[in-house]
Design a binder for this molecule. Structure first.
Ligand SMILES: [Zn+2]
Length: 270
């Protein structure tokens, strides 16, 4: 894509362009950037909103759900009139209204071991805004094999977690070698979630995605940022690459065929 921004873009992105750290080159990088957002729910909503506002030229959205009334307390890109629509369609409508520079690529499906590689391929950054462990492990593994960085976020009631996984840093499996048994970590529908919480965490994920596209700042590599909304505290917890990690360690897998994305989501040794 050419660096030439038109007059409307110079106006729209002027608060980016006047900063030395971004400038017209940085804005052009955002406009040619491709970010895939896994999940158009609580975390995905603010991610999609801010990526689109920032002028990230292509935003892919993967989600198989439809908008429900109980989503609207936190999923800010969906409106009352969208109830019953696929979330990817509602997300696309939202972005069309917000910024005509942005193309939304909708993937109205669940991410599965069969489709993950073909969906993720070709994106510059993946934002994991999913709500379940099998998807997180799948995103980690496929992105690691494809060399694509991930802005990861997760939420639980009043707490959020955030980390950034880059191809030469530790991966999600270095942090959590296995998934908790299904049913042991209840979801938002069971436990509830503070409506503004995913806004905070999703905005931080979008921040990381934008920084990665701009190649500026310090991504949250090897660090888990733990946010507690009740106490309004942020804690940074460092973690290291595990040399025995089956996905990024010394004897890493070269495909996801050996991985069972159920239960502990472990890589079987053959
Ligand atoms: Zn690893």
């Amino acid at each position: 894509m050419s660096l030439a921004l038109d007059a409307t873009q110079l106006d729209r992105y002027s608060r980016h362009i006047i900063m030395d750290e971004i400038g017209p080159e940085g804005q052009a990088a955002l406009l040619s950037g491709r970010v895939l957002v896994i999940g158009a729910g609580g975390l995905g909503a603010p991610v999609i909103q801010y990526l689109a506002a920032a002028g990230v030229g292509t935003v892919g959205v993967v989600d198989d759900d439809v908008v429900e009334r109980s989503n609207l307390q936190r999923q800010v890109i969906h409106a009352d009139s969208d109830i019953g629509l696929p979330k990817v369609e509602s997300a696309e409508r939202f972005v069309e209204r917000l910024n005509p520079d942005v193309t939304v690529e909708t993937h109205h499906c669940r991410l599965t071991p069969d489709n993950a590689e073909s969906i993720i391929e070709g994106y510059d950054v993946v934002v994991d805004a999913s709500d379940n462990f099998p998807t997180r492990y799948l995103v980690n593994d496929v992105c690691r094999l494809a060399g694509i960085p991930i802005a990861h976020g997760a939420i639980y009631k009043f707490e959020g977690q955030l980390t950034t996984l880059v191809p030469d840093g530790p991966c999600y499996r270095c942090l959590f070698p296995e998934a908790p048994e299904p049913g042991t970590v209840p979801d938002c529908a069971t436990t509830g979630v503070l409506g503004v919480l995913p806004g905070t965490v999703g905005c931080l994920q979008a921040t990381e995605a934008v920084k990665l596209l701009l190649d500026t700042g310090e991504p949250l590599i090897g660090t888990m940022l733990c946010y507690d909304a009740m106490d309004l505290t942020f804690e940074r917890v460092p973690y290291r690459q595990n040399p025995a990690c089956p996905v990024c360690g010394d004897d890493a897998i070269d495909g996801i065929e050996a991985v069972e994305y159920t239960g502990g989501c472990q890589v079987s040794s053959d």
